[in-house]
Design a protein around this ligand. Structure first.
Ligand code: ATP
Length: 205
């Protein structure tokens, strides 16, 4: 079987248990031996990240150190300018020719897909996997209808079939940053090593 690259991109500012639980669930459901967590340098669709690239990378390393299913890649952080997913897929395509590329995104990202740089090329270059919490059917039907106005039927059907049901974990990086800024505890929201790193280095304070 050909090599598989499964990318889970995001800001990871910081990485938290929501990310890890969802990625772990997808690896299990799809039988992926490895998922690559890839922090974006300057996400085109979001304001600048709160923590530096090296800090976000280090927190990802700490969070995944004892879990062989996860690896962390800094290729987007090393590339100058905004991190367009299509540039990453094309770069990996050159570096690892013949590998099948998969892109794991949260259901909220699916809604945003149409705004992505060269969205049509992204859905051709990689097999998208949508992680969605229950009940997603009704909520995503509307999103698929909108996607159908821009993508052909085959692509939309592929996206429909790509949904993996994942646990509901109501944690967000925004909430963690806010809690740190307000001096509240972030214990249990992210792995212990990550919360320690944030507290010791004064990240987000
Ligand atoms: P922020 O609060 O700063 O927007 P975030 O917590 O949503 O950040 P990102 O780094 O933007 O985290 O997310 C990366 C990916 O992880 C996205 O595809 C997003 O949909 C998904 N994701 C983030 N949090 C969760 C969660 N609690 N459950 C499931 N998926 C999540």
């Amino acid at each position: 079987m050909s090599e598989r690259i499964v990318i889970f991109g995001g800001t990871f500012d910081p990485v938290h248990h929501g990310h890890l639980i969802v990625a772990r669930a997808v690896a299990e459901a799809k039988g992926f031996p490895r998922i690559t967590l890839m922090p974006a340098a300057s996400p085109p669709h979001k304001p600048a990240a709160g923590a530096s690239g090296p800090d976000r990378m280090e927190m990802l390393r700490l969070a995944t150190a004892d879990e062989p299913v996860f690896e962390v890649s800094d290729i987007e952080l090393r590339r100058p300018g905004p991190s367009y997913t299509i540039d990453t897929l094309e770069q990996l395509g050159r570096e690892r020719p013949g590998a099948r590329q998969h892109l794991l995104i949260g259901a909220d990202m699916l809604e945003d897909l149409l705004n992505w740089h060269r969205a049509g090329d992204v859905v051709s270059a990689a097999e998208i996997i949508v992680a969605a919490r229950r009940p997603w059917q009704q909520r995503l039907d509307e999103v698929f209808r909108r996607l159908a106005e821009h993508f052909d039927d085959e692509t939309v059907n592929r996206l429909r079939g790509s949904v993996v049901e994942t646990p509901r974990v109501d944690i967000s990086s925004t909430d963690i940053r806010r809690r740190v800024a307000e001096g509240l505890s972030i214990r249990y929201l992210a792995p212990e090593a990550v919360t320690q790193y944030i507290c010791e280095r004064g990240v987000y304070s």
